[in-house]
Design a protein around this ligand. Structure first.
Ligand code: SAM
Length: 212
């Protein structure tokens, strides 16, 4: 079972409204279509950009960066003095990111760790304005406390795919490990006293948890 979270007409309308004609962003989107690579997409991308602006984010740590599509939005939002740390296991994606983000003029703000993402955050340490979570879904529940420890009060813990094409809804037959992990993650996140959480029903569902 798989449903579209955003009605196609709404998606088309918003994509047109949000599109600023950026050639590097378009190239990254074309590559995702060609390779069926799961980027967060332009609608969520704009939310990431605006959420970072809203809290004046300067330090962003991404868990699961691929070839830098979500990092493109964050690195623009944090400004020249900002930092975006990215994590990715596949060297080919990191090389693509360097090419795309250099041409977008933001590579100097970006640091890639070729390392398991949660391990990279533990090792790097520090306090972040935003932690963005887009790694393997089975790991999601374990990320909550880690993110809490490394966010400043007023910081944001943002996670992609929390509506999982509708497979998390009551009565759906999917009982895979990833679906169960997302349901458990969402339950824990909404019950966590240190976070105030909502879900933006855009593309595949983006949870936004304010670290109170
Ligand atoms: C869904 S893609 C994310 C793409 C990126 N956030 C975007 O929107 O363009 C997830 C990426 O994270 C990487 N990844 C998955 N689990 C990871 C982990 N535990 N540690 C590091 N990288 C991981 C995968 O190789 C993949 O490129």
């Amino acid at each position: 079972m798989s449903i579209k979270i955003t009605p196609p007409e709404v998606e088309t309308y918003l994509k047109q409204l949000y599109d600023e004609g950026d050639p590097v962003q378009h190239e990254m989107e074309a590559l995702a279509r060609d390779r069926k690579f799961p980027i967060v997409g332009p609608l969520c991308g704009r939310h990431l950009y605006q959420l970072a602006q809203l809290i004046g984010a300067r330090r962003v740590f991404e868990l699961g960066s691929g070839y830098g599509y979500s990092a493109l939005f964050f690195s623009r939002a944090v400004g020249e003095e900002g930092q975006v740390h990215c994590t990715e296991l596949d060297q080919k994606n990191i090389a693509l990111a360097e090419d795309f983000l250099s041409r977008a003029g933001v590579w100097s703000r970006v640091t890639y760790h070729q390392q398991e993402a949660t391990e990279a955050l533990r090792q790097t340490g520090g306090t972040w304005d935003i932690i963005y979570n887009d790694i393997g879904k089975e790991v999601y529940p374990a990320v909550i406390e880690l993110a809490y420890r490394h966010l400043r009060p007023g910081g944001l813990f943002i996670s992609d795919n929390v509506l999982w094409s509708g497979r998390v809804f009551d009565g759906q037959p999917d009982d895979s490990a990833s679906t169960r992990a997302i349901i458990e993650f969402t339950r824990q996140l909404f019950n966590h006293p240190g976070f105030s959480t909502t879900i933006l029903p855009v593309r595949d569902g983006l949870s936004v948890a304010l670290r109170v």
